[in-house]
Design a protein around this ligand. Structure first.
Ligand code: SAH
Length: 245
């Protein structure tokens, strides 16, 4: 008897933005494996006895992807119905693809349940549309936290600047100085609006704004921390002046 794994997106954090399907699968599951990203409101609503935090181990160190994969496999082989709950959408910078491949290679049945990604939803709740007929007819979703073992930058910031569209950076709080500089060096206007949305859709979510030139000092002054998305482009115009000193 083999169980099944459901790779489920929990949405950006507001429990009401979780899909009906995600909610049902959590209820019907034997166990839910999660990290911190789904947010406290969603995590705490799952009975304690059936959730397992695979984000951090007791020592505070991160559980490796290999350990998570192996744990999912082990539970499925025990015949369990496992929900692997991931913040936002499981396939947007969530390593969902790696978990899917690993489990399928080992003969486990996997169902993928999409979720609302924070990349779109966190700006949306503050009235920042990622596309707008007057400002952006394309949008790029980028990681701001590259694998440090990569010899060359996997993100071509100059090419992104050249699209003229909105750039949404995930995992981009720490490296904000590096990529805002790269964009300015690539010829992007220093006055380009930038918004940082921290814990978007959570009850304590907030937004701070500035420009490519000022946003690092805005981040430091406001103490913006992950999880946050960075939105770069005319769509964030409404917030651009707030961060200026
Ligand atoms: N799969 C997720 C993203 C995982 S990567 C999704 O689709 O939303 C983790 C990054 O997501 C964080 O570093 C942050 O940039 C972003 N993020 C996730 N939840 C967020 C939220 N509620 N508000 C702002 N950013 C969030």
């Amino acid at each position: 008897m083999t169980g099944a794994v459901y790779l489920v997106g929990s949405g950006p954090g507001d429990p009401e933005l979780m899909t009906v399907k995600a909610r049902r699968l959590i209820e019907e599951s034997d166990i839910v494996l999660h990290d911190k990203l789904p947010g406290p409101e969603i995590i705490e609503a799952i009975p304690e006895g059936k959730r397992e935090d695979v984000g951090k181990r007791a020592g505070g160190e991160r559980t490796s992807q290999k350990e998570i994969n192996e744990r999912l496999l082990e539970l499925a082989r025990e015949g369990k119905r496992v929900v692997r709950l991931k913040g936002g959408d499981p396939f947007v910078f969530g390593r969902g693809g790696e978990e899917l491949e690993y489990l399928r290679e080992h003969g486990i049945e996997v169902e993928v349940v999409p979720g609302i990604s924070s990349a779109i939803a966190a700006p949306a709740v503050f009235g920042v549309p990622v596309t707008h007929r007057d400002h952006a007819s394309n949008v790029s979703f980028v990681t701001g936290h590259e694998d440090p073992t990569k010899a060359e930058s996997a993100v071509d910031w100059a090419a992104l600047a050249a699209t003229g569209g909105t750039i949404v950076v995930l995992m981009g709080v720490g490296k904000l100085p590096e990529y805002t500089n790269a964009l300015i060096e690539a010829g992007m206007d220093r006055e380009t609006p930038v918004a940082l949305i921290e814990r978007g859709t959570w009850s304590d979510g907030r937004i701070a704004g500035g420009t490519l030139e000022t946003i690092v000092s805005v981040r430091d002054r406001e103490g913006i921390e992950p999880p946050a998305v960075t939105v770069i482009g005319g769509v964030a115009k409404r917030y651009a002046s707030e961060g200026r000193k």
